[in-house]
Design a protein around this ligand. Structure first.
Ligand SMILES: CC(C)[C@H](C(=O)O)[C@@H](O)C(=O)O
Ligand code: SF4
Length: 465
């Protein structure tokens, strides 16, 4: 029977079939761990007197609570310090490898796995973090899980999972210059809604996806969860193999690995439960106006008028969002002035993102009215950027150049918006209070973030000409 990519990875990992509608038990190849969702899981093991089953298939890093300034000093915030200390203790006690603040391999969990070559096609990967879907860009089945599941995987290296539905999102055509992977995924979520992919594993397909780099594919898979999906995947191809080759954890038997990876793409006649089509050549840069990632429009459009929305739930949500965001219907998106530009996160904090930003801002000065924070997704990204002189581009521009971590993507560390402060952010969530209580977030691509930092209002690089 013909199968999709997701179905192949799933069936290659079944340890025990679930009969009578019960979940299948799946083998998990890799569990990534961070400080927020692991303390109770380790505590559970401790209480049960159980070890971590496969420390060699478990990897921890510190990211959410880490400060991005003065990282050589003790962490000032007590809760954050306790959280990080606990992770370090747990990893030591249970023999789990950890990349701590100050280590060259520390960083956001979803940036670290791929850059080390640990994330590979055909794997099952879990992490107590919703954006684990990022790793699906390699053709891995990568799922965000809850803390009790984290404990289950630590103890057994398996996880019971209910069957999923399959969704093909075909992104046909070619992106126009200035339009990026971030715009593709924001457009998809605006089209299908934040629950549009519920219960599904998405496979992103089509010409536009095939021509994206691995980092751009990661941006797309990262936000699958914002469309309600269980995971997002891209079939592995030469771009994938090229990216993994030569990385520290690339398979030793390279040819055998590639031969297996080549069997993974969905069969030509495989069928999907749901199919969505999108033409990349129709897209313009996308920006959000609301408080969920689906509340977005093309940058040439205006803040929508809730009264014109047919659906009552949608109308109420839009009214509430606009009130929180302090926006008036009909305002051109390009007229919205921001206070802060945040460039970073597991969505857009990789080296290509930083190169793209630097390409726009080089030789320019930021608008006086904005603060600009550039936060690399990992310490390696920071080192690479510095080796390429990008840090100087950012500093000369007037931006802050920080250390790696989740930073302003969410308010779990000192990098936060103040009430009413408005940000253009390359991250993935614009929920109320996400970047700090009362903070207002517009999700944008790195190119839009860069142009916005120059002009002070939501802008694209084309607006600079
Ligand atoms: C803290 C963590 C559990 C959370 C997640 O699961 O995604 C965070 O990473 C986020 O982006 O909101
Ligand atoms: S960067 Fe943001 S989205 Fe990614 S793991 Fe950290 S908090 Fe979650």
């Amino acid at each position: 029977m013909s199968r999709t990519l997701a179905e192949k990875v799933w069936s290659d990992h079944i340890v025990k079939h679930g009969d009578n509608g019960r979940p299948d038990l799946l083998y998990i190849d890799l569990q990534l761990v961070h400080e927020v969702t692991s303390p109770q899981a380790f505590e559970g093991l401790r209480l049960a007197g159980r070890p971590v089953r496969r420390p060699d298939q478990t990897l921890a890093t510190e990211d959410h609570n880490t400060p991005t300034l003065n990282i050589d000093l003790p962490i000032a915030d007590k809760t954050s310090r306790a959280q990080i200390d606990q992770l370090r203790k747990n990893c030591e006690e249970f023999g789990v490898p950890i990349y701590s603040l100050g280590n060259a391999d520390q960083g956001i969990v979803h940036v670290v796995g791929p850059q080390l070559g640990i994330t590979q096609p055909g794997m099952t990967i879990v992490c107590g973090d919703s954006h684990t879907s990022t790793h699906g860009a390699f053709g891995a089945l990568a799922l965000g899980i809850g803390t009790s599941e984290v404990e289950h995987v630590l103890a057994t290296q398996t996880l019971p999972l209910n069957p999923f539905k399959t969704m093909a999102i075909n992104v046909n055509g070619k992106l126009k210059p200035g339009t990026t992977a971030k715009d593709i995924i924001l457009a998809i979520i605006a089209k299908i809604g934040t629950n549009g992919a519920q219960g599904h594993v998405i496979e992103y397909r089509g010409e536009a996806i095939r021509s994206l780099s691995m980092e751009a594919r990661m941006t797309i898979c990262n936000m699958s969860i914002e469309a309600g999906a269980r995971a997002g995947m891209v079939a592995p191809d030469e771009t994938t193999f090229e990216y993994i080759k030569g990385r520290p954890n690339a398979p030793e038997d390279w040819d055998a690995a590639v031969a297996y990876w080549k069997t993974l793409p969905s069969d030509d006649d495989a069928t999907f439960d749901t199919v969505v089509d999108l033409d990349a050549s129709d897209l313009e840069p996308f920006v959000t106006w609301g408080t969920n990632p689906g509340q977005g429009v093309q940058i040439s459009e205006t803040v929508p008028e809730p009264a014109e929305m047919g659906d009552e739930t949608e109308r109420h949500a839009a009214e509430r969002a606009l009130e929180y965001m302090g926006l008036v219907p009909g305002t051109p998106m390009r007229d919205i002035a921001v206070d802060t530009v945040f460039i970073g996160s597991c969505t857009n904090g990789r080296i290509e993102d930083l190169r793209n930003v630097a390409g726009v801002i080089k030789g320019q000065k930021k608008a006086d009215s904005v603060r600009v924070m550039v936060v690399p997704g990992s310490a390696r990204v920071r080192l690479q950027a510095e080796a390429e002189g990008l840090d100087q581009v950012f500093l000369n521009f007037g931006a802050e150049w920080r250390n790696a971590g989740c930073s302003m993507c969410l308010g779990m560390n000192p990098d936060q918006l103040t009430p009413g402060e408005r940000a253009a952010s390359t991250s993935n969530r614009n929920f109320m209070g996400r970047q700090g209580p009362g903070g207002r977030t517009h999700l944008v691509s790195p190119l839009v973030a860069a142009a916005t930092a120059i002009r002070g209002t939501l802008s694209t690089p084309a607006d600079l000409d």
